[in-house]
Ligand binder design. Structure first.
Ligand code: SF4
Length: 277
């Protein structure tokens, strides 16, 4: 979509001071125009209620609080407090009926119960980071220009693995369908390098595991983040970042994902092609 005649210049480039993240790289791979609206034109996200995000936010909020309580050794959130969190994140008036709302709340209660049991089963020695943004600079392109890559893990604990070896364990709760994004664990290990060094004294030798926990399916997938694994994936991640920071066209790319886009049918009038609806 070309809505003006500005030539592709620095004003249409990824803002140099803005950190890239797994989320912005994924969005860019799905629709460059959405990145332009959000990060370059800086259009505030229209305040549209999306039940899929609301239920995810309520669940993450409850599990973040539970991790803080496990860390502090205090009483954990119970169903009544979780319902209050649901009221904040998922106001009942946004749902077609009280029954629909209640069904969504029951999902949150079930997911949080699964997440809590898992956290308790970890036998963590130390609750290191809970929903904390970490970032790291890196050079890109032949010019070696410095950019920033960041990530916000849901939880990181220190514990022993099944063989009794020290492990730094990163946990990411998912409330959608099972869908692996193989670059995400590798990006986490990259951005965490400085804190890994602080925690273990040798970031390169640290045993790091990343676990996705798809709560709706009650399915977990562990990825052992060996250096070999990360080194294999890293060139592809660099290619994505270099593509993002040199992008100038920012073409809209309509897909079924448009219905989750905050700019759908307001700032962006792209039509979803029938075959992908
Ligand atoms: S509505 Fe679709 S095509 Fe338009 S910006 Fe959002 S994701 Fe891209």
């Amino acid at each position: 979509m070309t809505d003006d005649h500005t030539p592709p210049d620095a004003t249409r480039r990824w803002p140099h001071q803005t950190a890239m993240s797994p989320s912005s790289l994924k969005t860019y791979s799905q629709c460059p125009y959405r990145i332009r609206l959000q990060y370059i034109d800086k259009i505030p996200r229209p305040d549209i209620f999306v039940p899929f995000f609301a239920i995810g936010n309520a669940t993450h909020s409850a599990l973040g609080t539970i991790a803080q309580q496990l860390k502090a050794g205090t009483t954990l959130l119970g169903p009544e407090q979780i319902r209050i969190l649901c009221q904040l994140h998922m106001p009942m008036f946004q749902y077609p009926s009280e029954e629909t709302w209640e069904a969504e709340v029951q999902k949150v209660l079930r997911w949080v119960d699964l997440g809590r049991r898992y956290l308790e089963s970890l036998r963590a020695d130390e609750w290191l980071l809970i929903e904390h943004w970490e970032k790291r600079d890196l050079p890109l392109l032949p010019s070696r220009t410095r950019y920033t890559l960041g990530a916000k893990p849901d939880l990181i604990v220190r514990r022993l693995d099944e063989e009794g070896e020290p492990l730094i364990h990163i946990i990411d709760y998912k409330t959608g369908k099972v869908y692996e994004e193989p670059d995400v664990p590798v990006i986490h290990r990259f951005v965490l390098r400085n804190v890994l060094q602080e925690w273990t004294g040798d970031a390169s030798a640290t045993n790091v595991r990343f676990t996705w926990y798809w709560l709706d399916e009650n399915y977990r997938k562990d990825v052992d983040l060996t250096l070999e694994h990360c080194n294999y994936a890293w060139p592809g991640i660099v290619r994505q970042m270099e593509s993002l920071v040199t992008e100038t066209a920012w073409e809209p790319t309509p897909s079924h994902m448009c219905v989750y886009c905050p700019y759908y049918q307001n700032y962006c009038t792209a039509e979803i092609p029938p075959q992908v609806e």
